[in-house]
Design a protein around this ligand. Structure first.
Ligand SMILES: [Zn+2]
Length: 402
């Protein structure tokens, strides 16, 4: 056993023990049974002395919400969000048992969900435990959410935000996960790109490949590839011309698949182009869609689009003049931690809050840490874990007293 654990204070030890207990519950896709996790949370609530309510609007997808009650019940509340589910593992690639929460002699705790994102959920609750022990009563009520199916599926927070039970919680601001940072800063995500993936079907006149036929699929493809490539180049040039712009300030366009044809001497009946487009938050998606439809029309007859992913415009959280952002920045400054403002290239549950016009930030208070979400041997060092705990201990009263 690790000497590192023996050296911890009783409160730190308790936090680490809770984290390891949570890691051992295999809330892993597919077909997750959330009930053992809910049992763990109900016991946890009794232990903390705060209530937890389990919403079962979708019986197999429970949402557990802890309530740390504020003094002023009329005010909007703070939501701390965490997903219970984790992605599958390649067991043979792990040095440690993925649901064993083993600790090595350098203090690394291993387990699926260690970074994504079971550690954060435990930090929320353990910060509240300490604040309660210190007699702190927040002004605004703070809710800690444990939600299902963030990694996979449609029935997690996406559905819960649409319920009247959610509306009744009167959330005014939300925190969710971000990414761990390999350098000395914390990353604060205030927006996300929207993802579109689609195949363009280009039908055309088929026939013998020795002829020069009209209305061929190949000519349509050529027109479209030019249009998309020109657009891609325009976005790329924006980055080259202005060094202050980041990848999320522009829209990425990539041709990811080409399909069609039967054999070399037959002009194909259809060719297909598949694109992946990640739209910057500043882009008007309706304009983009009109542009794509126009190109398809111009390219020739019969072209049609098949969408696999077509996300709506994603609102960003405006940080200027936000008292919640100021609270976050104040705590980071106090703790001498640099905050890096970014737009997330992927997607987390935080987007469902922004879609409900609730300002929200995605942050994982973990630095000097190799990001290992979804990777083999996912782990967190005890020191990083306890630093994160200190961060929430300082942050929660600031947010709740806005
Ligand atoms: Zn996650």
């Amino acid at each position: 056993m690790s000497q590192i654990l023996d050296a911890l204070s009783p409160l730190d030890r308790q936090a680490v023990d809770k984290f390891r207990e949570y890691l051992r519950i295999p809330t892993v896709h597919p077909d997750i049974d959330y009930e053992p996790c809910i049992k763990f949370l109900e016991q946890y609530a009794r232990d903390l002395g705060i209530p937890v309510k389990v919403y079962r609007n979708i019986p197999t997808k429970p949402v557990a919400v802890f309530k740390w009650e504020g003094k002023e019940s009329g005010l909007s509340t703070i939501m701390l969000n965490g997903h219970m589910d984790v992605v599958p593992v390649y067991r043979d690639k792990w040095t440690y048992e993925p649901f064993g929460a083993e600790i090595d002699d350098k203090g690394y705790i291993y387990g699926r969900g260690a970074q994504d994102m079971k550690w954060i959920s435990i930090l929320y609750l353990e910060a509240i435990r300490r604040l309660k022990l210190d007699g702190v009563v927040p002004k605004r009520t703070v809710y800690v959410f444990f939600v299902p199916d963030e990694e996979y599926g449609e029935l997690g927070l996406r559905e819960f935000v649409k319920t009247k039970e959610f509306r009744n919680l009167n959330i005014g601001f939300g925190l969710d996960e971000g990414d761990s940072s390999p350098n000395d800063s914390y990353i604060a995500y205030y927006g996300e790109k929207s993802c579109w993936q689609f195949t363009i079907h280009c039908p055309g006149q088929t026939g013998h490949a020795s002829l020069i036929l009209k209305n061929t699929a190949g000519e349509k493809v050529r027109y479209l590839v030019d249009k998309f490539s020109d657009f891609r180049r325009t976005e790329e040039k924006k980055l080259e011309d202005d060094s202050s712009l980041k990848l999320w300030d522009v829209t990425s366009v990539n041709l990811t698949q080409l399909g069609g044809g039967v054999q070399p001497n037959v002009v194909p009946e259809e060719l297909t182009l598949t694109y992946d487009v990640r739209i910057s938050p500043g882009t008007n998606v309706k304009d983009l869609e009109r542009k794509i439809n126009r190109w398809c029309k111009e390219a020739g007859d019969g072209i049609w689009l098949e969408y696999y992913e077509k996300e709506a415009q994603r609102p960003i959280t405006v940080l200027e003049n936000s008292p919640y952002w100021s609270a976050l920045a104040k705590v980071a400054e106090k703790r001498k931690i640099n905050l890096e403002k970014k737009v997330c290239l992927g997607a987390t549950d935080v987007r469902f809050l922004r879609e409900m016009h609730i300002p929200a930030i995605g942050i994982s208070p973990m630095r000097f840490t190799k990001p290992l979400a979804h990777d083999h041997d996912e782990c967190v060092n005890v020191r990083a874990f306890l630093e994160g705990l200190q961060f929430y201990y300082d942050l929660l009263p600031e947010l709740a007293n806005v």
